[in-house]
Design a protein around this ligand. Structure first.
Ligand SMILES: Nc1ncnc2c1ncn2[C@@H]1O[C@H](COP(=O)(O)OP(=O)(O)OP(=O)(O)O)[C@@H](O)[C@H]1O
Length: 252
């Protein structure tokens, strides 16, 4: 795909944006590491109960975008609105209290603590917090493993615990960094089911995903990033129709 082709296709396949109710609305976001600009004028949005992916080659800027939304990367310009309030200059803590939840790629589980302790340690930061009972009902395996230390959990169980933890804190938008990474196909498929179920609860999900096949099973829309810019915005049907081309583009 040349840049020109991409621009034309982006226009042709652009997803109508006017009518969507927006929970997250990022507009004109640029980001730097020192002098190096790694995001340029990025605009994306996520609605409640919607799953949106950021897809792109290594180094395209996906993780930096996710970290910028959470406030973990602060050398930015532009607007990061959540529920209509611009949080771009607010701390990560303030963004968590607003309802944004960070699920890192290493899952961030405290290995010496039990599942229940991992769930209970972070403070409830928002009125929409899930009760422990609701978490256990939604993730039965975490109930079964509630007294197990983090070290005894499989990768898939750790991923579930990481998602459950931010839901219990009260997050209404989950930022997931490569949830399928390092997991066996059967577990990836279970994580996909859970993401779809979370979406059914009205939670928004913005996920960084290298696994195009997995992304197409969970997402409503996709933003393709290249060199820090959004070069395509695709509805999932278009994304699926172009899966082979996208895999080639991503070098997979
Ligand atoms: N801490 C840092 N300091 C300087 N440059 C960085 C830092 N982190 C990332 N970068 C650079 O910023 C650019 C975007 O990186 P980022 O990790 O956001 O990309 P990515 O699309 O998530 O790729 P990957 O999947 O490889 O993590 C890359 O050129 C990367 O080298």
């Amino acid at each position: 795909m040349s840049d020109d082709t991409r621009t034309t296709e982006a226009d042709a396949s652009a997803v109508a944006t006017q009518s969507r109710p927006r929970m997250l609305d990022v507009s004109g976001l640029s980001a730097w590491y020192g002098e190096a600009r790694v995001l340029t004028d990025v605009s994306i949005d996520v609605a409640p109960g919607e799953v949106v992916t950021l897809v792109g080659r290594n180094g395209a800027g996906k993780t930096t975008l996710l970290r910028s939304v959470m406030g973990l990367h602060r050398q930015t310009e532009g607007t990061i609105a959540f529920d209509g309030n611009d949080l771009a200059r607010r701390s990560a803590d303030a963004r968590a209290r607003a309802g944004i939840g960070w699920v890192p790629d290493d899952r961030g589980i405290y290995s010496s603590l039990t599942v229940a302790e991992n769930l209970l340690l972070p403070p409830v930061v928002h009125a929409d917090a899930w009760s422990l009972e609701r978490v256990y009902e939604f993730f039965p395996v975490l109930h079964e493993r509630r007294d197990f230390p983090g070290t005894k959990l499989s990768g898939g169980e750790q991923q579930m615990l990481a998602m459950a933890r931010v839901l219990r804190m009260g997050s209404r938008l989950l930022l997931l960094d490569e949830p399928s990474e390092g997991l066996a196909p059967v577990i990836v498929s279970r994580i996909g089911e859970i993401i779809r179920e979370i979406k059914g609860q009205g939670v928004g999900v913005l996920l960084v995903e290298q696994n195009v096949k997995f992304a197409s099973t969970v997402a409503d829309r996709h933003y393709l990033l290249a060199q820090g810019k959004v070069v395509e915005h695709l509805a999932n049907d278009d994304f699926r129709a172009r899966e082979r081309e996208l895999l080639t583009y991503l070098g997979m």
